[in-house]
Design a protein around this ligand. Structure first.
Ligand code: SAM
Length: 304
């Protein structure tokens, strides 16, 4: 099926500082309400408001604030079960999960793309009594408390993982807590770090709800890119994501034996099934015979 390029139907209007301030105050006090926001900004389209909301939430550390407790409790639960010594927190943001992992681990390597997050991360470190150490290393920022160390890389998660690989760092667990999707980078991160455990958050549910066929056709790597996966319900999407993650892991390396087999051990809804997303914990193991893995993936329809 041929897709049309997405294009704006209206001439874009810059957000003034005043409008941004109004929206930020709204977001700090209320949850997203399309109707109300449309009345607050009558001259803007809903996609423009949605896009601004997303950017402001990330910038001001409001993203997922309503389910932060649930996410942190899940992280704590997995940390206490798995007891990882070294963690890679790929999408660290202000560090809410980083400081949950370090409560159990000795070292956390974290990466975050947005330079402006460093200030929020430093504040979080100081709240947790970690001290920033001047190592003269411009690549990794070091925060230390007793024998616990957190290294923060300001840049892309794949570049951070490549650095760790080159420096032969052995990682027990990787946390992929994106606001969107990490499916395209999953095999690379697995191959570079070869973790024993994976925690992954699935923001792809938003693409399903907004009927973003283009996004889903690109992301769902186990499906035919030429066909539309929509319509799809929450249960099917949950199954598709499980299959996508497992397929990406099985295809991570050119040899099956150097690829990965993922066992789904636990999951939690963040923000509920209607509006939210899934965070899942997988135990990573070696694949058995290729045929067995493919047979299992082919019959993987949990909610049928
Ligand atoms: C959902 S937020 C992270 C929340 C964080 N784990 C927490 O609990 O506080 C996702 C973060 O990933 C960052 N990000 C997006 N793409 C990235 C990339 N390629 N590499 C590193 N960070 C990235 C965003 O800037 C954003 O801060």
């Amino acid at each position: 099926m041929i897709l049309e390029r997405r294009k704006a139907n209206t001439i874009p209007t810059d957000w003034s500082a005043e409008d941004e301030a109004v929206l930020l105050t709204f977001l700090e006090n209320e949850s997203f309400d399309a109707k109300l926001l449309k009345t607050l900004f009558p001259n803007r389209t809903l996609p423009s408001i949605r896009s601004k909301v997303r950017k402001l939430r990330i910038k001001h550390d409001l993203f997922g604030a309503s389910y932060r407790d649930t996410k942190e409790k899940f992280t704590e639960k997995i940390a206490s079960e798995v007891k990882p010594k070294i963690v890679f927190d790929a999408y660290a943001g202000a560090g809410h999960q980083t400081f949950k992992w370090i409560a159990r681990a000795n070292t956390v390597y974290a990466s975050e793309l947005m330079k402006s997050k460093l200030k929020q991360f430093e504040k979080m470190a100081s709240d947790h009594l970690f001290v920033k150490i001047d190592t003269k290393d411009c690549t990794w920022n070091l925060f230390q408390k007793d024998d616990k160390k957190i290294y923060l890389f300001i840049g892309d998660a794949v570049s951070a993982a490549a650095e760790l690989k080159v420096n032969k760092v052995v990682v027990d667990l990787i946390d992929l807590d994106t606001c969107g999707s990490t499916l395209p980078t999953l095999p690379t991160l697995l191959v570079l770090l070869r973790p024993k455990h994976l925690v992954i958050t699935h923001g792809e549910f938003h693409s399903m709800r907004f009927k973003r066929e283009d996004v889903l056709r690109r992301l769902l790597v186990h499906r035919d890119i030429g066909s539309n996966p929509l319509p799809m319900g929450v249960d099917q999407m949950s199954d598709e994501l499980d299959k996508a993650v497992k397929t990406a892991a099985l295809r991570a390396h050119n040899e099956t034996s150097d690829s990965f087999w993922l066992n789904l051990k636990d999951e939690i809804w963040l923000g509920g099934r209607i509006h939210g997303m899934l965070r899942r914990y997988y135990k990573v193991s070696k694949p058995s015979a290729t045929a067995d893995c493919i047979n299992e993936l082919s019959s993987l329809i949990k909610h049928a």
